[in-house]
Design a protein around this ligand. Structure first.
Ligand code: UD1
Length: 318
């Protein structure tokens, strides 16, 4: 019988794309989402949907009317900026929510848990590309809570007092982009923010000098890593960077996107604003470990992935 995967945050950008791919590959899927940023239209009709919050153990309990074999814990507050506006909300969802999921996993003897960690766990980096063994020195409150959740998950994975083994994996995701990333939410990823701005003819805002850089990884590659790791014992107890291994500056990103819209800075206004708190300067993933242990590598070329999001944005924005 096909395995059943519980996807927390399965109405959001990352969770819904992964849920779709799981269903496409023959898994049964249960989704829990509080629809705070996730959208109902993202939920695969073949999934069992529970509207609920990971902060509430009673809501989580509702997901276990069918036997869950695997949990993908993706639900979370996903904004560095909002984590400064409301640190307690970020803490409750990202840390307490994770503890609640772990408790439910143990109660129901779930044997596999994969966790959505973040490259913001690294924070201050001495050199790039970053390897998983580099120190975690998050500088955004968000990074602190994602890293903390990661540690709870990984520490549970080595507990010997449970009477069974909960096999855990954490993915430190770099800047994931793709269809369904919000084109209107200024707190989601920069790729979709700029594409939304360009599609609607709005000014593009750059925070800082635009020379900060990020590693953009397509959602299809992220889904491959998560799903491919389910039955791979070499992934148990491990943390992996999920990035493309390629670094692009924010200025370059603006130029690439404007070009894809057939325009340029000469015609489209780009303005500069002060750097925001918690902003990391440069980020680039060393993906050697994922390549070796997961036999994974990013397949989607940035220009192709970007064009796909742009096509989707044009359909969405009209
Ligand atoms: C992002 C995600 C975070 C995720 C992490 C790792 C968001 C808000 N943050 O962090 O959840 O864990 O990647 O995958 O989704 N920028 C502009 N103008 C804008 C928007 C952004 O100049 O309108 C700049 C930012 O200041 C930053 C860079 O673009 O320097 C990337 O920003 P963004 O994608 O929003 O978030 P990260 O901080 O990289």
């Amino acid at each position: 019988m096909a395995k059943r995967v519980l996807v927390t945050g399965g109405a959001g950008f990352i969770g819904s794309n992964i849920a779709d791919e799981l269903i496409h590959r023959g898994y049964n899927v249960t989704i829990i989402d509080n629809l705070s940023t996730g959208e109902k239209c993202n939920i695969n009709p073949k999934a069992v949907f529970i509207k609920g919050d990971v902060k509430n153990p009673k809501d989580i309990e509702k997901c276990f009317t069918k036997k869950i074999d695997v949990i993908f814990h993706i639900a979370g507050c996903a904004s560095t900026i909002k984590s400064f506006d409301d640190p307690a909300a970020d803490l409750y969802t990202n840390v307490l929510g994770t503890i609640n999921i772990i408790n439910a996993a143990i109660k129901h003897k779930v044997t596999r848990l994969e966790y959505a960690s973040s490259m913001t766990s690294y924070g201050v980096v001495d050199k790039i590309p970053v390897k998983e063994i580099f120190p975690a020195r998050p500088i955004a409150y968000y990074g602190i809570t994602k890293y903390s959740g990661e540690r709870y998950v990984m520490a549970t994975g080595i507990r010997t007092d449970l009477g069974y083994r909960l096999n855990t994996t954490a993915f430190r995701m770099f800047n994931v982009y793709g269809r369904r990333q919000s084109l209107t939410n200024p707190y989601q990823g920069v790729v979709s923010i700029f594409i939304g701005n360009a599609a609607r003819g709005e000014d593009i805002k750059i925070f800082g000098d635009g020379e900060q850089s990020r590693d953009y990884v397509h959602i299809s590659d992220v889904a491959n890593a998560w799903i491919g790791a389910i039955n791979n014992p070499r992934a148990y107890g491990e943390v992996f960077n999920l990035g493309s291994g390629i670094r692009v500056s924010v200025n370059e990103l603006v130029d690439i996107i404007l070009k894809a819209f057939g325009t340029s800075r000469k015609k489209h206004r780009v303005s500069y604003f002060p750097v925001r708190p918690g902003d990391q300067r440069h980020m680039q993933a060393d993906i050697t470990k994922a390549k070796k242990l997961l036999k994974w590598k990013p397949e989607m070329k940035f220009d192709k992935g970007l064009q796909d999001v742009i096509n989707w944005a044009k359909e969405t924005c009209g």
